[in-house]
Design a protein around this ligand. Sequence first.
Ligand code: ZN
Length: 206
Amino acid sequence: MRIDSARREAVAIMPHARHKKRAEKLIRDKQDWLNGHLQNLPPPMPFVPGSEILLRGQKVKLVEAAGRGPACLDEYDLIIPCPQGASFAGRTRRALIARAREALTTQAHIHADGLNTKFSAITVRDTNSRWGSCSASGRLNFSWRLICAPFEVLDYVCAHEVAHLIEHNHGPRFWALVATRIENVKAPRRWLRNHAPDLFAVGAEV
Ligand SMILES: [Zn+2]
């Protein structure tokens, strides 16, 4: 049994369906423990006007604007144009995905050039289990939530996946490649471990 910070739920995994009764009893017995942990998750940062979310590791406020066009950052206000009838949450999500794609594409090109390799495409979407991955066909996949993390964290994940284009493992040769691109891999890795629940709180509903 564990707390899934991505889904903001408790998850109990049973080895077999016949253990369902026992699993249910375990959940009832552990209710206080579960509630305590669920309450310790960072507060949700919903996509509603006036809400504060994380962008590049900083708190910014979501501001709704009339009309169309790309979102823009005005100091600590992220201004989201939202035509009448459109979903503000949907527009905010799209704006973050667009920013994530732009930053990740720029960094992926820089790291691929630096390592003298090429990728075939970049996909940015909501992934719960991994911040990034690299397919055998050279496609790089990333979580849009990386745009909410400090730039060094996004840059590290990007360099990590680009290095997988050459070394499809986590062996010493792989880490040596990453080290040529990122001076200190420990800090961004630690940040991701400690702040994953914060990233998953972005866009979570109240
Ligand atoms: Zn990896």
